[in-house]
Design a protein around this ligand. Structure first.
Ligand code: FAD
Ligand code: SF4
Length: 397
């Protein structure tokens, strides 16, 4: 008799084995499990299928003629929000951890897939299925490295859990949605964050050493809406480095090839997305994609302040200028970078226009990267929405 779960006959790859997506593997974790059986359909870097999975998850794919959907994906609501009492040590105000804790406390889920770090290294990701609020809290703050979140998929089945929340970034969620029906769950909730420019653990070290004055004391960093990277150090001090002053020539190869070919910055397949880039400084940005996402957000309504999203400025000149800087690895002197940062912060894009700035500059860069390094993949790997976005710019050959 044929098994209902043919994947159970497959074998996880050894940690040292080359992954099916080869250099483009983002270490999402799927291939660490017997769900590798589905890798050819499920892997975000082998079979880009965002629009099909949008229809499966949200009952329709995004409307390419609606500018907000073109950029931010299928959604029914968007807002800026922040916790009235931020969680100490969270990446922003801790909305992600708070939603996960509420879902667990109210019995909506039996476990939460999230990422803690190892004892030895605060940035070494360690995916877990959290079953207590303490375990969720121990996963707060970004581990800004590729994280094999889906490596826990076999444990889900073994645990017998039927209701699960998964927290993750776009490439992990695309593979998860592709195998969702094979997991034997009654209900899967997906809480996503946007994600861009991720790195391997070794790449992270190079980035910190090239960019921060004290790489070993960095506890947290973010590419902020004021066009600077804010590094938070162990003593609480904040170091700010302008984006335009990055040593692009030394950092050209630091970002993982998977992230240089990714067009799912906004985590299109999550039920609810919590980031920051479409919100005013200090606020988080929430995208409610479907009714499940709305129900998740409702759980913390009494813990957050909200305000409508806003949009201001014109991103296009800044994006057009960023194209040769990325493409040719141009580094400008620090004094000029600081000056540019100050001017752009005063007159530059804000709110949703800042989010579009960040999407446009990464999509144009990634389009050129795929075109130069994987020309045969360009047609299928580039989703329709990304084609429409990059067509707005003059791109070098
Ligand atoms: P917290 O309550 O601190 O919880 C953070 C959650 O993130 C934890 O549950 C943890 O499990 C999960 N997590 C941590 N590291 C990883 C990882 N490597 N992979 C998967 N899950 C992880 N937002 C933007 O608007 N623009 C961006 O460009 C952007 N880039 C990001 C890049 C990365 C690598 C990550 C992980 C997130 C990024 N975000 C981005 C999201 C943003 O930085 C915050 O994570 C988000 O706003 C939630 O903040 P919080 O305080 O609510 O999270
Ligand atoms: Fe496997 Fe994930 Fe790597 Fe694709 S990205 S090869 S699914 S581990």
């Amino acid at each position: 008799m044929t098994s209902v779960f043919p994947h159970k006959k497959a074998k996880a790859l050894k940690p040292t084995s080359r992954r099916p997506a080869k250099d483009l593997c983002s270490e999402c974790g799927l291939c660490d499990t017997y769900y590798i059986h589905y890798v050819k359909e499920a892997c975000a870097f082998i079979n880009q299928q965002i629009q099909t999975l949008e229809a499966q998850t949200h009952k329709r794919s995004r409307d390419l003629d609606n500018e907000n959907e073109l950029y931010f994906g299928v959604h029914q609501d968007m807002m800026a929000a922040r916790k009235q009492q931020p969680i100490e040590g969270a990446q922003w105000t801790g909305i992600v951890s708070s939603i996960a804790i509420e879902m667990l406390n109210r019995g909506l889920v039996e476990g939460v897939v999230c990422v803690q770090n190892t004892k030895e290294d605060r940035f070494q990701p360690m995916p877990v299925i959290a079953r207590t609020p303490e375990e969720i809290l121990a996963a707060r703050v970004n581990k800004p490295t590729l994280s094999p979140n889906l490596s826990i998929l076999e444990q889900i089945e073994q645990s017998g859990m039927k209701k699960l929340l998964v927290i993750g970034v776009g490439c992990q969620i695309q593979a998860l949605r592709a195998v969702e029906k094979q997991l034997g769950l009654e209900k899967l909730y997906v809480l996503g964050t946007p994600c861009v420019d991720n790195v391997t653990r070794a790449g992270l070290q190079k980035f910190l050493e090239t960019t921060s004055h004290s790489p070993h004391t960095v506890v947290h960093y973010e590419f902020m809406q004021d066009f600077r990277i804010h590094f938070k150090h162990e003593d609480g001090s904040i170091e700010k480095v302008p984006f335009f002053g990055l040593k692009t020539n030394q950092l050209k190869d630091v970002f993982a090839p998977s992230c240089m070919t990714c067009f799912d910055y906004v985590n299109s397949l999550a039920d609810l997305v919590v980031g920051y880039m479409g919100a005013p400084f200090g606020w988080q940005w929430i995208v409610v994609r479907n009714d499940t996402g709305k129900a998740m957000l409702d759980l913390v309504q009494n813990q957050i302040d909200t305000q409508p999203v806003m949009s201001q400025g014109n991103r296009k000149p800044a994006v057009q200028q960023s194209i040769p800087a990325y493409d040719q690895g141009i580094t400008i002197p620090m004094w000029a970078a600081k000056l540019m940062g100050i001017v752009i912060e005063k007159i530059g894009p804000k709110g949703l226009e800042y989010a579009r700035f960040s999407i446009d500059s990464h999509f144009t860069r990634n389009y050129l990267y795929v075109k130069r390094n994987y020309p045969g993949k360009l047609q299928h790997h580039l989703p329709e929405f990304a084609k429409k976005i990059v067509q707005q710019y003059n791109l070098p050959d």
